[in-house]
Design a protein around this ligand. Structure first.
Ligand code: PHE
Length: 404
């Protein structure tokens, strides 16, 4: 049966051909893990907030940055994409990648969705934290809901060049050309100064979180809303790990937001990934656990307390495969969502383990291995068989696959 409306946080959204939100995702909305005092996501959020509060002070001693952590995750497509100059044909707009309430509203796929509105409201230095939603594979490091923190800082000419000797000779803007180093309307000195300030702040943040001797590097990146853009990577257990994306804000965004005489930087980072490294948390589903063996380990007054998560005995998994012939317009993410909707947090992992082509009949079959595990108790084979059959039945019903 098709549902005509979806209710989220007290508002109703009329369904249409875009609607792809699932009940298991709706259940996560409003949990606000990032505002919890004794939760790893809340602790890391506080640590980053404290870093910006302490590092950037006005002459009078008040923090320059303000924090927005209570904005609804339901946004318009304009907020998530258009306001940030994401092109109409950009892959991130695909129905297979984001959760849509309908063709006008979606669950934000990044906290950058609020950047333009907050600048329009007159702010020039702020942090945004919130839950974000993406359709993705299912495993120990991917979950359809996670948390991000974005930061924005704008500068007037006098703020940006406050240490320069001959400020009258410097300009923020010029009628120049777009190069690797700058946007067409920025002067080279402005672009370089913003980039230097940005990189310096984020290096200091990485040191504050991971220790003063952390090794890091800057990797060139591309985002529709910044230029130039980078990713910051840190060396963690001998591997380079991406921790954030950032860059010089596209001047067109600032113009449209009414900040015509300013330039600025922006960054965005995922909090789960950081928290998993910082606290040694092995599985992303643990963030949603209400088991006190998890929550009690993060019960600290000072958010910068060093904590190493001590795993409690994992109950054994149950592994079960499912194979089916796929129809022409099959998308793996649609199947992952069904597995998640039917199996909830019992789903530890879903993996495509075999693709088989019947050349004669021109049919393709996929075999997925589903790993079930309960964080708090032993599963019975009987209950898993029922769930496994329901997954098959639901895939047959809504994806037109033929179970083998
Ligand atoms: N929104 C980007 C992401 O989700 C991160 C980002 C934010 C990059 C702001 C640049 C500037 O990955």
């Amino acid at each position: 049966a098709t549902k005509l409306v979806t209710d989220v946080l007290g508002n109703s959204y009329t369904s249409d051909e875009f609607t792809n939100i699932t009940p298991s995702v709706i259940k996560k909305i409003g949990k606000k893990l990032h505002t919890k005092k004794n939760h790893p996501i809340g602790l890391i959020n506080k640590q980053i907030q404290n870093f910006f509060y302490a590092t950037y002070l006005r002459a009078g001693g008040n923090p320059i940055f303000s924090m927005y952590d209570n904005i609804s995750p339901v946004v318009t497509l304009e907020q998530n994409f258009d306001n940030l100059l994401v092109p109409a044909d950009h892959p991130s707009r695909n129905l297979t990648d984001s959760y849509y309430l309908n063709k006008t509203h979606m669950l934000r796929a990044h906290t950058t969705a609020h950047q333009r509105d907050l600048i329009s409201s007159g702010l020039d230095s702020f942090l945004i934290t919130g839950d974000v939603y993406r359709r993705d594979t299912v495993d120990a490091t991917h979950y359809p809901v996670f948390h991000q923190l974005d930061g924005v800082r704008l500068f007037s000419k006098h703020q940006l060049f406050s240490k320069a000797k001959d400020i009258d000779k410097l300009n923020l803007f010029e009628n120049g050309s777009y190069t690797e180093l700058k946007q067409a309307e920025h002067s080279l000195e402005a672009a370089l100064a913003v980039a230097a300030e940005l990189k310096n702040s984020l290096q200091e943040l990485a040191k504050a979180l991971f220790g003063a001797d952390i090794k890091y590097r800057w990797v060139e990146e591309q985002f529709p809303f910044t230029h130039p853009s980078w990713e910051l990577e840190i060396l963690y257990q001998d591997k380079w790990m991406e921790v954030l994306g950032c860059g010089v804000i596209k001047q067109e965004i600032l113009k449209k937001a009414g900040a015509i005489d300013k330039v600025g930087w922006a960054f965005g980072m995922g909090l789960e990934r950081l928290a998993m490294r910082l606290y040694d948390i092995p599985d992303i589903r643990l963030f949603w656990s209400e088991d006190t063996r998890f929550t009690s380990q993060f019960n600290v007054e000072d958010p910068s307390t060093q904590i190493t998560f001590k795993p409690f005995s994992k109950h054994p998994p149950v592994v079960n495969d499912i194979s089916f012939w796929i129809p022409e317009n099959f998308h793996e993410n649609d199947f992952y969502d069904i597995v998640r909707s039917v199996g909830g947090d019992l789903i530890e992992n879903v993996e495509l383990i075999d693709v088989f082509e019947n050349k004669k009949k021109q049919k393709t079959s996929h075999c997925y291995r589903i790993t079930y595990r309960h964080m708090e108790r032993v599963l019975t084979l009987n209950e898993i068989n029922t769930i496994h059959e329901n997954i098959g039945a639901e895939a047959y019903k809504s994806l037109n696959v033929i179970i083998r």
